[in-house]
Write a protein that binds this ligand. Structure first.
Ligand code: NCD
Length: 443
């Protein structure tokens, strides 16, 4: 592979506190040099990517996505999901185990890893189940899953309903050092609900899912994290009440991390008006007040990271009546563009946004993968290059994902991924990006 020089870009790497215009050289798949432009002129034969006016940052990491393989390949595959990731600027994605069969055994984890190695264009790191079959009755073989290489455990899509089982899982997380990624939902309270419970659900005549359905489980699991000292990671936080609970827990020193999705940060329940099934997601889109609390929580460090919860479904799945359509939004390809709205409105500093998508998720993933989320010299070259101000219109027809289920189709976003480099390989580039060859200088 010819060395690649990324020239004139504005580098933001929160892992090293870098925030300046620098050139970056990639050699044999690794970051080999970072420096000022003058020195660059003596660099050897390489391809050059002109990044003037662009932001260059560590490859984005998504701790929570659904790749559907094995079992639901009509919705997504590891190949298409990883291409969608590349198109969205993600170089590492962690896939949830609600497949068929679920990822609750070494064999299924090996299967995902082998397909990912053959067909994936970015790193794909599997998450194993908490319980066998994801049915919440008996713990999965957590040790075996750890040796097969999972980066955490989750029954996502389902909560771990039994407090006793959750306690055991958190005990195990202390031994393995891997987080329990918690889908917080009291299903007895949420059952039958189709959207956020409130004025809009009443007006639409749709059964609601109250904020309390999430908060009850958040409170329970924070108590269990305190009891066990286990590693708890709260998935897709969607309510102000959850932010308050996590803030209090962190103040008490409880070991907990949390994530929020781009859609919960930027879209309200009003998107459901018109019975738009592409806005039907779990947890549901909430209110402006929740968005404000989530944004505040993210900025203040109560919420550690942003994760997409990319949940692709077929058009046929989403075409049905509102009550029957499955929950989920296809999110990998719109994540950065929609999140940049928080930067443009002045609500979130750009460096904080990048940290929440790179260095912070890298910290949650086990030390074994400690080389992710950084542009440190010697680390695998996972790099994302984006234009902070370029406007574009979301068009599901050019999605790499099979999941076209987004309420953002046709929306104009400001901030566009221009190139994605995974382990030194250019896995996505915008049509406007051209590589130029640089001949060796002075022999
Ligand atoms: C997820 C899916 O489709 O797998 N859907 C979603 O709306 N987030 C599962 C889930 O968490 O319900």
């Amino acid at each position: 592979m010819k060395p690649l020089l990324i020239q004139g870009g504005y580098i933001i790497d929160p892992s090293q506190g870098l925030d300046e215009t620098l050139d970056l050289l990639i050699t044999e798949g690794k970051i080999s040099w970072l420096g000022k432009r003058e020195i660059t002129s003596s660099k050897p034969d390489c391809d050059v990517l002109n990044a003037c006016g662009l932001i260059v940052c560590p490859g984005l990491i998504d701790l929570h996505c659904h790749l559907r393989q094995p079992g639901f390949e009509e919705k997504e595959t590891i190949a298409t999901g990883s291409q969608a990731a590349a198109q969205g600027g993600f170089t590492t994605i962690c896939c949830m185990p609600n497949t068929n069969p679920p990822l609750d055994s070494q064999a299924t984890i090996h299967y995902v890893k082998s397909i990912a190695a053959k067909e994936g264009v970015v790193h794909v790191l599997p998450i194993g189940c908490v319980s066998k079959g994801r049915n919440g009755e008996e713990l999965a073989e957590m040790d075996e899953l750890a040796s097969a290489g999972v980066i955490g455990y989750s029954d996502d899509g389902n909560p771990v309903f039994s407090s006793r089982l959750m306690r055991q899982a958190l005990d195990y997380s202390r031994i393995s050092g891997l987080p329990i990624i918690d889908h917080c939902e009291d299903t007895t309270l949420a059952e039958g609900g189709l959207m956020n419970e409130g004025v809009t659900s009443t007006k639409l005549g749709l059964p609601g899912i109250p904020a309390a359905a999430e908060e009850i489980m958040v409170a329970r699991d924070l108590a269990l994290a305190q009891l066990t000292g286990g590693r708890l990671h709260i998935a897709h936080v969607s309510t102000k009440g959850s932010v308050d609970l996590i803030r209090q827990a962190k103040e008490k020193g409880i070991q907990v991390t949390a994530e929020v999705t781009p859609h919960h940060l930027t879209l309200t329940e009003e998107r459901v008006i018109g019975y738009n099934t592409n806005a039907k997601v779990n947890p549901p889109l909430r209110t402006e007040q929740d968005i404000q609390a989530l944004t505040w929580g993210l900025k203040e460090g109560v919420i550690d990271i942003i994760a997409t919860d990319h949940a692709p479904h077929t058009e046929a799945d989403k075409l049905g009546e509102f009550a029957l359509a499955p929950f989920g939004i296809s999110g990998l390809e719109t994540a950065l563009g929609s999140l940049m709205s928080l930067v443009h409105s002045g609500e979130l500093p750009l460096t904080t946004l990048i940290a929440k998508l790179t260095h912070e998720p890298a910290k949650i993933i086990s030390d074994k993968y400690g080389r992710l989320g950084t542009l440190n010299i010697g680390t695998p070259a996972d790099v994302t290059i984006f234009h902070p101000d370029k406007e574009w219109v979301v068009d599901i027809n050019i999605f790499a994902s099979k999941g076209k289920n987004t309420p953002l189709n046709g929306s104009r976003l400001k901030g566009k991924v221009m190139a994605t480099i995974s382990q030194g390989k250019l896995v996505y580039k915008d049509v406007s990006i051209r590589l130029e060859e640089k001949a060796p200088l002075r022999g």
